[in-house]
Design a protein around this ligand. Structure first.
Ligand code: GDP
Length: 364
């Protein structure tokens, strides 16, 4: 039987002319041109003049994983190195809620009043997960973000802690070349990131609270051992006595620790970030420390040690990254893993096969 669709009179499936819809994209919008990547020389020239916008853009290159960005970034860092180093680098840690943002806002304003230029950086390896970073966010530092002599940069996001830390360390170089002579590096006092911060600062400040019962408050002993100074925050209102008592307890606890490599005895002070009380006490402590390490030569020694440490770290990170980016390696690794799990091959011979594959690749 002839199908009705083939009949010219059939109207069952006719497509009507559609209604023209309005354009969804605003035809009047301005086309924003992507910013041109400058040459390394142009970035360096801007940075040395203290151009904040170029400094920010160069830091973005440091944070980028694109290869062409990285090669310019590395050239910029190299060219800025001779102009870097002339600053006091201060690490600031404390558990969430200890009052880091409040305190950095006040400490920062304090050093700017003294005539310094301040860069506030952060290391927060979790910032990729939390999106937009819990650290370094400008809205957390209201006063400081209005200061023209403050450069605030959130934690680089993504990648391993080592990678995030390296980017912050490189950012320090650019900031110093741009004339920032005070650098704060903030981190949350709960994990591994303190070690990374400790390896790039001259002074490590631990912000603590009193009156929560447990004097160590989940702060790992290792972090206490790294601290050059402990500042007990929220020493205001009816919390003052508890803070003084906690300070005493911390001093006693610190006496049981082995001497620090600098032989500096970590100090404990109390203050209130929110009410801006005794801020100069915290700062006097830090000034005393710098005077001490500059006199003993420890300042220089520690910086040299840190430079060595970062060289080794960078080598290891680059090797690891190159290795895992070898074409075909990921697939081979998966195959080998399966064989190892199925008891078809030992872990050691499987590792050797993978390494041989890599060595063969780089030989070519
Ligand atoms: P962060 O998580 O370490 O950055 O801590 P914040 O700076 O965000 O502070 C956590 C809370 O403690 C906020 O509600 C602050 O207002 C409060 N706070 C910070 N410093 C002080 C202080 O000196 N005294 C009192 N009473 N509260 C403070």
């Amino acid at each position: 039987m002839e199908h009705p669709e083939n009949d010219a009179k059939y109207v069952g499936l006719r497509v009507n002319a559609g209604v023209k819809s309005n354009p969804t994209v605003n035809p009047y919008r301005k086309v924003v041109k992507k910013k041109r990547i400058l040459t390394a020389g142009e970035y360096v020239e801007g940075i040395l003049k203290g151009d904040v916008s170029l400094l920010g853009r160069a830091v973005t290159l440091i944070e980028s994983t694109a290869e062409d960005h990285q090669s310019i970034a590395q050239e910029v860092i190299e060219k800025c190195l001779p102009y870097s180093g002339n600053s006091r680098r201060i690490g600031i840690t404390g558990v969430p809620g200890a009052g880091k943002s409040t305190s950095i806002d006040v400490f920062g304003t304090h050093v700017i009043r003294q005539g310094h230029k301040l860069a506030v950086l952060a290391i927060d390896p979790s910032s990729e997960r939390t999106r937009g970073s819990i650290l370094g966010d400008k809205t957390r530092m209201e006063k400081l973000s209005l200061e023209k002599d403050a450069f605030i940069r959130p934690s680089p996001s993504g990648g391993s802690l080592g990678g995030v830390a390296r980017k912050t360390r490189e950012t320090i170089v650019l900031c110093e070349a741009a004339g920032y002579d005070r650098i704060f590096v903030e981190t949350v006092g709960v994990g591994q990131s303190e070690t990374a911060v400790h390896s790039m600062v001259d002074f490590f400040l631990l912000i603590q609270l009193a009156g929560t019962g447990d004097e160590l408050q989940g702060i790992k002993r290792g972090i206490m051992e790294m601290a050059d100074g402990i500042a007990i925050n929220k020493c205001d209102g009816d919390n003052v006595d508890r803070c003084k008592l906690a300070a005493q307890q911390f001093r006693t606890a610190l006496m049981l620790f082995p001497p620090t490599p600098s032989k500096w005895v970590p100090e404990v002070v109390t203050y209130s970030g929110y009410y801006e009380l005794d801020i100069d006490k915290v700062w006097d402590m830090i000034d005393r420390y710098f005077k001490y390490v500059e006199e003993t030569g420890y300042f220089e020694r520690k910086r040299n040690e840190q430079a060595r440490y970062w060289m080794t770290e960078t080598i290891e990170e680059q090797l690891r990254s190159r290795f895992y980016h070898t074409p075909g390696l990921k697939e081979l690794l998966e195959q080998k893993e399966l064989r190892v799990l199925n008891n078809e091959q030992s872990s050691f011979t499987a590792a050797k096969d993978v390494l041989d594959y890599y060595f063969e690749y780089i030989r070519k």
